[in-house]
Design a protein around this ligand. Structure first.
Ligand code: IPM
Ligand code: MG
Length: 423
């Protein structure tokens, strides 16, 4: 049997999983998500690692600004991802215009060749969709995660020979001021493996359509290649009753709003997938509920699509849902499907019941129309505890307090607790 890229390489009785709390409110959301996982008694040994802005600061302090060893990802973190079966991370903070700063997640995607960016957008009970027709949306996006404009092949200032490389460059030679060029690189391997992953997923889950969003009508070489490979591979899956539909990405952006229920599996190149996945997530509750997974041949790293909300750092205000659903995806990757389903069900129940003291401010403000959302907001941990208690009604009293203490310690954010750049 062909290997299933969407699942952990080897089945085990117990798994080692790296967790990384990221930056700012990332620590709060990870603490909440771990509390939910604590209610499940999972066969997981946790290993802490750190990455992001906090490690950039730590390395700058240690090695001095401008030292080539400064990074958002310490060697210890890379080792931990290598040595464990899967990784979860919370949101990280990026700052523009910092010399030498490289995004931690972009580095990990390249380093571990995590070529699938898996982004589901599914209507949640008690959240619904802002769309008038309020359909059930259940979209799974396969975004290519390593190529395209993210290949980081960029030119500035432009070397002289670039002007004579292609006749289309002639008109940029004079009178245009500075010129910058970023190369959009697609490979046959890159297109083939993401498209195949999308069709294999459709086949395994009984989904009937795969849309490929491209701009082959304008961007003839890169998108043309993607479209050609898509149509070839689509033929192979006709026998399984799966229809491959190629579509202009701008049309997809429009139809997603108009008829989101027409989409099931979407495959897109990196930049289009980046944009379309945010759009799709907005149809099902926004980034506060949007999980994602970065999956490669050897490992997988799961992260919420939400940001690290620096203004609320360590105040336990942010919604833990995106991180909790991210953990659910990680459990599915490990084959712990029963636990994964319990999490989704419990979150749905808490959202539907809408009991006082169980929903974070954003849910009250954006989905419940509560004018007193600030006052009535539950903390990240309160909401997580409500979900944990749905999973395990005995998760109360001393048991709950002990679990809270444990996950709080697991996510300690003081400088001395950060792991990495230690020798
Ligand atoms: C995402 C984000 C990242 C990306 C950023 C933070 C580098 O937008 O995961 O979608 O562009 O891929
Ligand atoms: Mg994005």
């Amino acid at each position: 049997m062909a290997e299933n890229i969407m699942k952990v390489k080897a089945k085990k009785d117990r798994y080692d999983v790296t967790y990384m709390a990221g930056d700012d409110s990332g620590f709060d959301m990870m603490e909440g998500a771990l509390l939910v996982l604590e209610s499940l008694d999972l066969p997981i040994n946790w290993r802490r690692a750190d990455l992001g802005w906090c490690m950039w600061e730590k390395s700058n302090k240690k090695f001095g600004e401008g030292d080539p060893r400064c990074n958002t990802v310490p060697p210890e973190t890379i080792k931990s991802i290598e040595e464990t079966d899967a990784t979860i991370m919370a949101a990280i903070t990026s700052k523009a215009g910092v010399k030498g700063f490289k995004s931690a997640i972009l580095q990990m995607r390249q380093l571990f060749d995590l070529y699938i960016n898996l982004r589901p957008a599914k209507t949640l009970p008690g959240i619904g969709t802002p769309l008038a027709k309020n359909p059930d949306i259940d979209i799974v996006m396969f975004r290519e995660n390593t190529e395209d404009l993210y290949a980081a092949v960029e030119f500035f200032p432009l070397p002289e020979e670039m002007f004579s490389l292609h006749k289309g460059m002639e008109r940029f030679r004079e009178g245009k001021g500075e010129i910058a060029v970023s190369w959009r690189v697609f490979s046959e391997e890159g297109c083939t493996r993401i498209i195949r992953a999308a069709f294999e997923y459709a086949k395994a889950t009984g989904r009937k359509t795969v849309h490929c969003c491209n701009k082959a009508n304008v961007i003839r070489q890169t998108d043309g290649m993607m479209k050609r490979i898509f149509l070839e591979i689509a033929k192979e899956y006709e026998q399984y009753g799966i229809k491959g539909i190629e579509e202009n990405a701008d049309a997809t952006a429009m139809w997603l709003i108009k008829n989101p229920q027409d989409y099931s599996v979407i495959v897109a190149s990196n930049v289009f997938g980046d944009i379309l996945s945010d759009e799709a997530s907005q149809l099902t509750g926004g980034l506060g509920f949007a999980p994602s997974g970065n999956i490669g041949r050897n490992t997988a790293l799961f992260e919420p699509s939400s940001g690290s909300v620096p203004k609320y750092a360590h105040q336990y205000k942010v919604n833990p849902s995106a991180m909790i659903l991210t953990c659910k995806m990680m459990l599915e990757y490990l084959g712990l499907d029963e636990a994964a389903q319990k999490i989704e069900k419990a979150l749905g129940e808490v959202l539907v019941e809408s009991r006082p003291g169980t929903l974070t401010y954003d849910v009250l403000r954006d989905f419940r129309g509560d004018p007193d959302w600030e006052k009535n907001a539950a903390s990240t941990i309160d909401m997580a505890a409500a979900i944990a208690q749905k999973i395990n009604p005995e998760f109360t009293g001393e048991k709950l307090e002990a679990a809270k203490k444990k996950v709080h310690e697991m996510c300690a954010w003081d400088e001395a607790s950060l792991v990495g750049f230690d020798d």
